[in-house]
Design a protein around this ligand. Structure first.
Ligand code: PEP
Ligand code: MN
Length: 343
């Protein structure tokens, strides 16, 4: 159940409603929803209690409406927060009028590599640098990332080049140190249902980029987001990065662009699309990036490496700086055609 307060409801009016619900033995979560504050009751309410509680709450002066949300997620739902969520990561506004571009290598490999990548993507117009320090690899023999050294390089490159950063965290015990070094935590597709990790990321209060698991339904993705929101971070963006394909002859995954307009309707959280992992081949990334912008997403995350042939991971799907710069020019035209800018 969600109680939507009137625009301009006073703190006392909000407090009275919270006190009424809590006196009935139910926990509340209060979320500022733009002009309207919303008070959520995340736990299930016994059926015989629903109607009397709704009627009692409707009688309070500051209450605009009380809606029953039957979806398995509450805080992530549009019913809970009608206005789209936006938040800043460094200077970039995610979920605002402009499409945000995050770009950089799959993995941080060396000081030279990450500085070259940062300068290249920033020059081309990206506002957030991506790069994994901890790499969850399918094979234990593949490059696992520079780990702590990679985090330090991300901290240095942010300060010296002047660009916000996002990196993946794979262990709940690392959340604090990763959050101390970068602006946004990425939770990877393999970890979308790692509940201790989602909980730790939520408790950090840091912005989170939550990737959809390759076999996860949209409801499962939104319930994973619900963990992060429930545990305290309101700054969550969802990422569509491709689901398991029917066959891998031509593409690594199937980028599910259906998810974009559907998620825009059912959740207030910003939607980011990853065409690099979505299709898995550099030559097709541009087409899917343009399609993603046209579909109404709030941003893209694209793999760019100063020298893709030498990349230690995902070189086959990484653009080089010239290809990325050219892509940004075409993305600006697509964004303009759908009344968006590119940031
Ligand atoms: C990545 O971003 O490099 C990555 C490992 O992505 P995903 O979790 O989507 O596979
Ligand atoms: Mn990658």
């Amino acid at each position: 159940m969600i109680v939507l307060m009137n625009a301009g409801a006073s703190p006392d009016e909000i407090g009275e409603v919270v006190a009424h619900i809590e006196a009935a033995g139910l926990a509340t979560v209060t979320m500022p929803g733009g002009a309207h504050v919303a008070i959520g009751i995340p736990s299930a309410i016994p059926p015989d209690m629903r109607e009397p509680l709704r009627n009692a709450l409707m009688a309070y002066s500051g209450v605009a409406n009380v809606v029953h949300v039957s979806r398995p997620y509450k805080l992530a739902s549009r019913e809970f927060r009608a206005e789209s969520t936006s938040f800043k990561v460094g200077d970039a506004l995610i979920g605002g009028p402009d499409c945000v571009v995050m770009a950089g290598p799959c993995a941080v490999e060396s000081r030279e590599q990450i500085f070259a990548a940062a300068r290249a993507v920033k020059d081309a117009g990206a506002t957030i640098l991506r790069g994994g320090a901890f790499k969850p690899r399918t094979s234990p023999y593949s490059f696992q990332g520079l780990r702590e050294e990679g985090l330090e390089l991300l901290r240095d490159v942010r300060a010296e080049v002047g660009i916000a950063t996002v990196t993946e965290v794979v262990d709940p015990g690392d959340v604090e140190s990763v959050a101390a070094h970068v602006d946004m935590l990425q939770i990877g597709a393999r970890n979308m249902q790692n509940y201790p990790l989602l909980t730790a990321a939520g408790r950090s209060g840091h912005p989170v980029l939550l990737k959809r698991g390759p076999s996860a339904s949209l409801d499962e993705l939104l319930q994973a987001a619900e963990y992060v929101l429930h545990h305290g971070s309101s700054r969550v963006a969802l990422c569509e990065r491709g689901v398991h394909p029917l066959d891998r002859t031509y593409a690594r995954n199937t980028l599910d662009l259906n998810a974009v307009p559907i998620l825009k309707e059912i959740t207030h959280l910003p939607i980011i699309v990853d065409p690099s992992h979505g299709i898995g081949h550099a030559k097709y990334v541009g087409a899917m990036a343009r399609a993603a912008v046209a579909s109404g997403c709030d941003g893209l995350i694209i793999e760019v490496h100063p020298s893709p042939r030498e990349a230690l991971s995902d070189g086959q799907q990484s653009l080089d700086p010239a290809q990325f710069s050219e892509l940004m020019n075409s993305l600006r035209r697509v964004a303009a055609a759908v009344d968006r800018g590119l940031a």
